[in-house]
Design a protein around this ligand. Structure first.
Ligand code: NAD
Ligand code: MG
Length: 390
């Protein structure tokens, strides 16, 4: 039996992962499930899957979790340290599906046991790509991409040399506001931004799709994961979300990955890799689809893409500053403190300050330095938001 752990089990990716493993009764031994405030969901899944331990991120929810697990024999734990400890428990496959830079330290702990890490948490590659890859290399761990575009690239590249790759094209649906007039965006509400046309995902990544910050993170993720140059990465707006990515080779061939927008494909591919197994995802009827459309992204509408290029130019810890400022700006938008377009202004302000203090950018990429940059960028983002509000 394969031993398996899911970090972020109660979220959208976590639940899709659980959906897949519940279809193969007896195939997996579940070591740990971690979650946040949704104690009922966490406890119910831990019981159904017979997990050894369930962990909530919140210390003050430990009593609730214990109560929900009473009589099951499942261990309960709480707090950030307990999540890292859960990631250290021996497992053959670990899903990294915590949202935000909070997923970095648990992901590194998982890699340190030399396991296979299915990586949905793109933020860890954006914040600390070199550190994540070096940790995997040092401990003989394997990282399999779960982000749909990166899984698509990984599949399109299978059996090819990376030196034969000329360019990587990742597609973007354009999010909730792709057809809105630019003037209307400033007043876009949280509810409007939380409604994705094609994908059913967690709220944060859905809003990031509307602002294209998700695609900005993914461009950096592509650079880090596949080791290509920034100028080899293109973003293509493709409203139907049926082609997830394309890889262009040096002979001019363009290999596309086509499939229904269902995250269980990328999750299942990482779960069964290197085998391909039957998955319960919808099959595409291209005749019924009829046509697919494409357009170039408009960088005035989506400043996030321009900022991602600046981050790759800066290198080092700039990704950590970028991601933290983005996370904080998103918190501010969700809380109603700033408008939709202000998020990019806040991130740009933080990046400017970061660039002005060249020293940070050149600091070594250790977990401590990444977390320090993350912390500082959040303070700067708060200052930028206070100015906006004032
Ligand atoms: P989500 O918000 O639905 O779930 C997040 C999970 O992380 C939950 O289990 C939550 O309890 C946990 N969590 C939140 N804050 C935490 C903290 N501080 N410490 C520990 N745990 C915490 O998010 P999601 O949509 O499932 O996304 C998870 C990750 O996968 C993100 O990095 C996202 O970018 C990436 N991703 C998601 C999708 C998707 O379809 N949802 C697609 C591609 C990539
Ligand atoms: Mg994606």
């Amino acid at each position: 039996m394969r031993r398996l752990t899911i970090l972020g089990a109660t979220g959208s990716i976590g639940q899709n992962t659980i959906d897949l493993i519940r279809r193969e009764p007896g195939a997996y031994e579940v070591v740990a499930l971690t979650g946040g405030a949704n104690i009922a969901r966490l406890a119910e899944d831990a019981r159904a899957l017979g997990a050894a331990v369930a962990v909530t991120a919140y210390d003050d929810r430990l009593q609730d979790l214990r109560a929900a697990l009473a009589g099951s024999g499942i261990e309960a734990a709480a707090g950030a340290e307990a999540i890292i400890e859960a990631a250290r428990r021996p497992a053959d496959w670990i899903m990294s599906a915590i949202v935000g830079s909070a997923g970095l330290a648990p992901g590194l702990a998982a890699l340190e046991q030399g396991t296979t890490l299915a990586l949905a948490n793109k933020e860890s590659l954006v914040c600390a790509g070199a550190l994540v890859l070096e940790t995997a290399r040092r401990h003989g761990a394997r990282i399999l991409p779960v982000d749909s575009e990166h899984s698509a690239v990984f599949q399109a590249m299978a059996g090819e040399e990376i030196t034969a790759v000329e360019r990587i094209v990742i597609t973007a649906s354009g999010g909730a506001f792709r057809d809105w007039p630019l003037q209307r965006l400033a007043r876009a509400s949280v509810a409007e931004a939380s409604n994705h046309p094609n994908w059913d995902m967690g709220q944060r990544i859905t809003i990031d799709s509307a602002s294209m910050f998700n695609k900005a993170l993914e461009v950096i993720e592509t650079r880090e994961f596949f080791g290509v140059l920034p100028e080899q990465i293109e973003v293509l707006v493709h409203p139907e979300s049926l082609i997830h990515a394309l890889v262009g080779f040096n002979d001019g061939a363009l290999m596309a990955h086509v499939g229904a927008p269902d995250m269980r494909h990328a999750i299942g591919y990482a779960l069964h890799w290197p085998a391909r197994r039957a998955l319960p995802v919808p099959r595409l009827d291209l005749a019924a689809v009829g046509q697919m459309t494409f357009r170039a992204p408009d960088e005035t509408r989506y400043p996030a893409l321009r900022l991602a290029r600046a981050v790759m130019q800066m290198g080092g810890l700039a990704g950590a500053a970028f991601n933290a400022a983005k996370e904080r700006g998103l918190d501010g938008f969700i809380a109603g403190r700033i408008g939709f377009l202000d998020m990019a202004c806040v991130v740009e302000r933080v990046l400017d300050r970061f660039a002005a203090q060249g020293g940070h950018a050149n600091a070594a990429m250790t977990l401590d330095n990444v977390l320090q940059t993350d912390h500082l960028a959040r303070i700067w983002a708060d200052e930028a938001m206070a100015e906006k509000a004032g």
